[in-house]
Design a protein around this ligand. Structure first.
Ligand code: FAD
Ligand code: SIN
Length: 534
């Protein structure tokens, strides 16, 4: 296939990628690729909302402090201050694009602000309990209306094009775009530009239970790592406390806003203390403690009492209030014969957010010239050891814009791409053992859940490391011999990312935020990032 040129290549069409695209397109020709549908990432699944200081009684200082407390001191204060101060303007831009945030219920309140765990104030703007769907829809609509933006769904990025793919090898690590598998033609296309932005989201699907969509396989983290970027704090995987427990529907989130609006965590009937609350035994903030604490408390109770789940109960609130605030959850659960206005919801913790990722600076720049990154794929310093609820859509909006601004402001310093070699399509053998890919995928997700989950030990981590090393060898061989397929591309990335998580977890000899190791239950005096370099 011929090599196709644009000014800027963006990999990912969620909140981060489309924010960057809309900003860049005032002046530049932009290609946005997505590996499936344009709304296939986590953005469209977000429920609770977006955090910003919008109330007269709230302050930037309090939002910064809450973020730092949740992040257990591992956050970068300058990044936190930057993101928090940019938040109100980012929300305003979304409102201008037509996102119908719920209006205030009290006099003088422009938008209704809900509350979530770890926030000292009501500061979450939302669109009922389906904020992400409204944000994604508005961003796609805006991007579709801009002639400078080409949207290309069904393009699975395989690897970044770096200077070693140039016809003349320069070796400076410059990134010039991406090779991507085109699901329609089943060939590999090369897309080049002066700048490339990675906005590929997280890696939740490395775990058996995750609230994230099927495509959250850490592709961007793996591609950046292979190209030569450092990654940081990959051991910090956030487990959301309240994912629906249902043997068929394994990844339906029950938003934290349910607890924010009064939902209570209780032990199910039939065990000592059945029907009673338990969070007060773990933290003074009860149900509204930060996620790591609530998830660990639930995990502890489930293991202590041999339960399958605990209960989240909001049925004490008026039925009308529940239906009005949580229409999506109400309807979905009613379909499963659970009426949340009358009965509790069975819940378990599940992987939810990848706090670690590709290291970026305040302009979204990675270690490699020409490569920027924004959103869940990154480690910007905002979340530290644990993300505060509703800070991540915010991060996408702020860094999507910051990277676009830096590219526009420094356009003349960005060199034009050299001639690039098309993808080598000489590997023509189709695998006759696709089933192995499925088996390997399942195996990784299972042992990541069992050994690298909410509570870790060195022994469990070493077991996981042994298994991932064996799998990495197998997958490498497989990747080298057969024609690429979307499943194989994702498996290769999952192996890479799982390896980075395990290595990082073994490296941290303390318990901090989301990383809890029974062999080192205490926090060390100094907060230090786990930085891995290729
Ligand atoms: P995503 O929205 O995940 O988009 C990733 C994009 O990259 C997609 O277009 C995908 O197709 C593309 N992509 C990935 N790999 C490739 C590849 N190899 N080739 C081509 N394209 C690729 N955060 C909040 O702040 N508030 C919330 O209320 C909230 N609720 C959430 C609820 C759920 C159920 C989940 C899962 C997450 C929630 N989060 C929430 C987190 C938040 O939604 C995500 O962190 C955020 O949406 C990530 O946006 P993103 O733009 O970085 O990536
Ligand atoms: C939720 O609605 O509980 C998710 C919020 C978030 O992940 O930030």
């Amino acid at each position: 296939m011929p090599v196709q040129s644009y000014d800027v290549i963006i990999i990912g069409s969620g909140a981060a990628g489309l924010t960057a695209a809309i900003h860049l397109a005032q002046d530049k020709k932009v290609l946005v690729i997505a590996k499936g549908a344009l709304d296939g990432g986590s953005t469209a699944w977000a429920q609770g909302g977006i955090a910003a200081v919008l109330d007269a009684g709230d302050s930037f200082e309090q939002h910064v402090e809450d973020t730092m407390i949740a992040g257990a001191g591992l956050n970068d204060r300058a990044t936190v201050e930057f993101v928090v101060s940019e938040a109100p303007a980012a929300i305003e831009r979304l409102a201008e694009l037509g996102v119908p945030f719920n209006e205030g219920e009290q006099f003088g309140e422009r938008w209704h602000l809900t509350r979530e765990g770890g926030h000292s104030h009501r500061r979450i703007v939302h669109v009922d309990d389906a904020t992400g769907a409204a944000v994604q829809k508005a961003l796609v609509k805006a991007a579709q209306a801009i002639p400078n933006i080409t949207l290309a769904p069904d393009m699975v990025a395989i690897d970044l094009i770096t200077s070693r793919h140039g016809e003349k090898y320069s070796g400076d690590g410059h990134v010039w775009g991406v090779y991507a598998f085109n699901r329609k033609t089943r060939h590999v296309d090369a897309f080049v530009g002066r700048a490339t932005i990675l906005a590929t989201g997280g890696a939740g699907r490395a775990y058996l239970f995750s609230t994230a969509p099927r495509g959250a396989t850490g592709d961007g983290i793996a591609m950046a790592w292979r190209a030569g970027c450092r990654v940081s704090n990959m051991e910090m995987n956030q487990f959301h406390p309240t994912c629906l427990y249902n043997l068929e529907v394994k990844n339906f989130l029950i938003t934290e806003a349910v607890r924010g609006e009064g939902g209570l965590l209780k032990l199910p009937p039939g065990v000592p203390g059945g029907g009673e609350r338990f969070m007060d035994r773990f933290d003074d903030r009860g149900e509204l403690a930060p996620r790591d604490i609530v998830a660990r408390a639930i995990d502890h109770e489930i293991k202590r009492l041999g339960l399958d789940y605990v209960h989240l109960d909001i049925s004490h609130k008026p039925a009308e209030f529940i239906r009005e605030h949580f229409p999506t959850i109400y309807a979905r659960l009613l379909d499963l014969d659970i009426d949340i206005t009358k009965e509790p919801i069975p819940i378990v913790p599940a992987q939810h957010y990848t706090c670690g990722g590709v290291i970026i600076d305040l302009d979204g720049r990675t270690d490699l010239p020409g490569l920027y990154a924004a959103g869940e794929v990154t480690e910007s310093g905002l979340h530290g050891a644990n993300r505060l609820a509703s800070n991540s859509l915010l991060e996408c909006l702020v860094f999507g814009e910051a990277s676009a601004c830096h590219i526009l402001d420094h356009w003349d310093e960005l060199p034009a791409p050299p001639p690039i070699k098309p993808w080598d399509e000489s590997r023509v053998t189709d695998s006759d053992e696709e089933v192995i890919v499925q088996h390997n995928w399942k195996e990784i997700r299972r042992f990541m859940w069992d050994y690298v989950g909410i509570v870790r030990t060195d022994k469990r981590l070493e077991r996981a490391q042994h298994r991932i090393d064996l799998l990495a060898k197998e997958v490498d061989e497989y990747y080298g011999n057969f024609r690429v397929t979307p499943d194989l591309i994702e498996l290769r990335n999952l192996v890479e990312v799982a390896r980075l998580v395990i290595r990082s977890a073994l490296h941290r000899k303390e318990s901090r935020g989301l990383h809890y190791n029974l062999d080192y239950p205490d926090m060390l005096p100094e907060a230090v990032d786990t930085v891995l370099a290729p």
